[in-house]
Design a protein around this ligand. Sequence first.
Ligand code: CP
Length: 306
Amino acid sequence: MTKVQTRSVRHFVSLEQFENHEIISMIEKAITYKNQRTFPSYADKYAVNCFFEQSTRTHKSFEMAERRMGVQVLDFQPSMSSVQKGESLYDTVLTLQAIGVDLVVIRHGEEGYYNKLIESRHIHCSIINGGDGAGQHPSQSLLDLMTIYEEYGSFENLEVAISGDLTHSRVAKSNMQILKRLGAKIFFTGPQEWYDPSFEEYGTYSTIDKLIDKVDVMMLLRVQYERHEDTDIRFSKQTYLQKYGITFERENRMKPSAIIMHPAPVNRGIEIEDQLVECSRSRIVTQMENGVYARMAIIDLLLEHR
Ligand code: CP
């Protein structure tokens, strides 16, 4: 089995904490897990998945990864926990650690919630960031990179368009930073209202019709309605699809080898035509499958040195 060439690390909160070769090693390890279906066993380790925001893929694929590696998973529901009595995230993690938990996966609405945890000299358990507000989503980014790497074997000079609700998307932020560092050429598209000039550091903005026939990867983002309370920008379903989405006509214009990605959940008929979600160039379901193996590689990285 491939040995992950990474430093010993305690936490996994952002892909920016890793060198390029370490990211490639994690990807290759995840691909080995997927192909060989043999995994290290951590039957003496305990994990808790603390999701303070809704999730299906991240929550359940971390749980699947943990269980397939023999990790004991303790149930945690914020609505039934002492969080409801005002307990802080720090005290929740301190408690879980005290009762013997090795690994805590956290999704939380506050950007950078993990800083207080990883900077504390009293927190020794491993923290995995399962998404922090509109900040980062590093495990999603790793599975996205894995999916691209499976397809093309490299990131060098790949043309990748990131399309849609850019300002509200933690997936976009994680991916633009890391893909550029790995050698991909990044383009942005979607409503200009959701494009921030700070993204120019990573790529250039264009319309979807100028990009659709040239890019290798069309990475769609979910329209994050739940994060739109601070804006009065509204698009009807049909307007969004016609102006910014993957219609049948646009899918037809893509290069034969090009792929469509989306972190999901997909707003069918908004970011992409309903019937194209499972089309032959879509890797949306593959991304979900790869999430389990990418998360196994993360868990192995943190647990192998504990
Ligand atoms: N892609 C993603 O993070 O999905 P969930 O919100 O269902 O975890």
